[in-house]
Design a protein around this ligand. Structure first.
Ligand code: NI
Length: 255
């Protein structure tokens, strides 16, 4: 049984065949998935999609590139969405210094407010961090540690920082990137973090694993990610699949 902890099935790249793709996932062994929001539009689409698809759960939150869409009214509305059925996390939230779409002070302010929201509402967080590893960690440690936990999605920092997050009780999200030949640091992260702190994710439609790199991704290709983790950790794939599934169930409070 596979748990895709991070996907975007509301994305327009699935407009032609969304329900067909979702219906086919069961055959690939995918038992559960969490559709994660980035923009306000994603968030409203996620709320609808989880009603239609039994095995799909949702995360509500605003990505650093889109925090310009937030205001007090919407923030209050976001809080009410946390109480909706099948909403299991706040995300994706964080910092993105690669694109720097919004000023860093604005990114930080909404990141912190959404972290507090998650703690207050008892939901874990899904964290996006790009070219902002140290600031993200410092804020997490100061503003959220020892509250509701969560996933550092598409982890791209050092093994040392990964171990620091694990110490604070967070899970490391590993996706298609781990299958790329040049992903030396991520392979090292997987080697050095206990399997009890790893979850698998697609970030689909993005980040398809090798040999499908560049194609439209879906949860059906997660076995390739699981196999690579198993190879790195010298464990049977089946065991990686089961443990990462249980990790996700626990962290999203589905058990
Ligand atoms: Ni994402």
């Amino acid at each position: 049984m596979i748990f895709d902890t991070h996907c975007h099935y509301n994305d327009k790249k699935f407009d032609e065949d969304r329900m067909e793709v979702l219906a086919g996932l069961c055959e690939a062994g995918v038992e559960k998935a969490v559709n994660v929001s980035a923009s306000w539009r994603d968030l409203t689409q996620t709320l609808e999609l989880v009603k239609e698809v039994p095995f799909l759960y949702g995360a509500v939150g605003i990505h650093p590139d889109h925090v310009g869409e937030l205001n007090e009214t919407r923030f209050a509305e976001l809080r009410t969405f946390c109480h909706r059925e099948k909403i299991v996390a706040v995300g994706e939230i964080g910092l993105d210094y690669h694109w720097d779409v919004e000023p860093r002070t604005v990114q930080k302010e909404w990141f912190i407010r959404q972290l507090h929201l998650a703690s207050e509402e008892g939901l874990p967080v899904v964290i996006h961090s790009r070219d902002a590893a140290q600031d993200t960690f410092d804020i997490m440690k100061k503003e959220h540690a020892k509250t509701t936990g969560g996933i550092i999605h598409c982890f791209s920092a050092s093994a040392e920082l990964a171990r620091e997050y694990v110490k604070l009780g967070y899970y490391i999200g590993v996706g298609g990137v781990v299958t790329f030949k040049n992903s030396r640091v991520l392979k090292e992260v997987v080697r050095s973090v206990p399997i009890s702190s790893i979850v698998v994710e697609t970030d689909c439609p993005y980040l398809a694993p090798a040999p499908y790199r560049g194609k439209r991704n879906s949860s059906a290709w997660l076995p390739l990610v699981i196999e690579e983790i198993a190879r790195i950790k010298d464990m049977p794939s089946k065991e990686v699949e089961e443990i990462t599934y249980e990790n996700a169930m626990k962290l999203y409070h589905l058990v």
